[in-house]
Ligand binder design. Structure first.
Ligand SMILES: NC(=O)c1ccc[n+]([C@@H]2O[C@H](COP(=O)([O-])OP(=O)(O)OC[C@H]3O[C@@H](n4cnc5c(N)ncnc54)[C@H](O)[C@@H]3O)[C@@H](O)[C@H]2O)c1
Length: 276
């Protein structure tokens, strides 16, 4: 039983998909600091092995398991290896993801399948293979990483928006189906977060800095988020501090989804005072 005066994961094992970089890496690090044994599942062997080695060097219990979340057999192998090495699985943070662009005409069938395979099938696979271990442990908690694009759309992102919308449904299905067996499932919905994915996306523009500036201006808090700010929300939802929260979606977006019509409308539209 965890004490209630702090968030910690003593004697718990967490599987973090996409744990080699970005939000997943920050989550793996934070869960280690909070006492978890952490298994990083990622297709990037270079970054995943490096992070696991750094965590072990810092005195934590961590491992890396190569896996492509889109491939069910690969996820099953990695999950079983993690469970065997770390004595069960109690937490899943499903962070693996890719960004792809296109509308329903310009998105190729390959990109459509790739995006849905990694986001939707990837979370399905992770949940499916981790669940028996949670049930054997008497319960567990999973957090899927959605996006503000789980609730709203960004232009030219049909596959990504569709995939991210699906994850709130998957979260609620798991929450409902396993509530009576002490498994909770929640979703975090980040705004723009400073990760390799966003740097790659910005690099598609001839002026990447203009993309970052537009992102900063779109968020009422006036900046983009840091990976550890999402990791903290994931850790909270995964912990016993969130013991009565299941099926929920938590925005971690600096207020991005709050202003009707976006920040430009707030500054120049009805109700604006003409100030900054
Ligand atoms: N960065 C943002 O602004 C932002 C905003 C909202 C949601 N998200 C979501 O957060 C999650 C993490 O994004 P990020 O920004 O940290 O991205 P990132 O590219 O920095 O890291 C993603 C990680 O997932 C891994 N990965 C990708 N495809 C994989 C696969 N098929 N199998 C196994 N591992 C795979 C990558 O190797 C990498 O380590 C994604 O689901 C993304 O859609 C990100």
């Amino acid at each position: 039983m965890q004490s209630t005066n702090s968030i910690h994961f003593a004697n718990r094992t967490a599987v973090v998909t996409g744990g080699a970089m970005g939000i997943g890496a920050a989550t793996a690090e934070l869960l280690c600091e909070l006492g978890a044994r952490v298994a990083i599942l990622d297709r990037s062997e270079e970054h995943g092995k490096d992070l696991a080695a750094r965590l072990v060097f810092a005195g934590h219990t961590a491992s890396f398991h190569a896996c492509d979340v889109a491939d069910a057999a690969s996820v099953e192998r990695a999950v079983e290896a993690a469970a065997g090495q770390h004595r069960g699985i109690h937490v899943l943070a499903a962070c693996a993801g890719i960004q792809r662009y296109g509308d329903v005409v310009s998105t190729s069938m390959e990109v459509w399948q790739e995006t849905l395979n990694i986001h939707v099938n990837g979370c399905f696979h992770a949940a499916r293979f981790v669940l028996p271990h949670m049930l054997a442990a008497g319960g567990g908690s999973m957090v899927l990483v959605g996006s503000v694009q789980s609730l709203a759309a960004v232009a030219n992102s049909a596959a990504y928006v569709t995939a991210k919308h699906a994850l709130t449904g998957l979260t609620q299905s798991i929450a409902l189906d396993f509530a009576d067996r002490n498994v909770r499932a929640n979703c975090v919905l980040p705004g723009t977060i400073d990760t390799p994915m966003v740097h790659w996306a910005a690099s598609l523009n001839p002026n990447p800095e203009s993309v970052f500036e537009a992102c900063r201006q779109a968020h009422p808090l006036g900046r983009i988020g840091r990976p550890e700010e999402v990791a903290r929300a994931i850790a909270f939802l995964a912990s016993d501090w969130a013991s009565f929260i299941t099926g929920a979606s938590l925005t971690v977006d600096g207020g991005l989804l709050v202003p009707v019509g976006g920040m430009a409308f707030q500054k120049g539209g009805t109700g604006s005072t003409g100030g900054s």
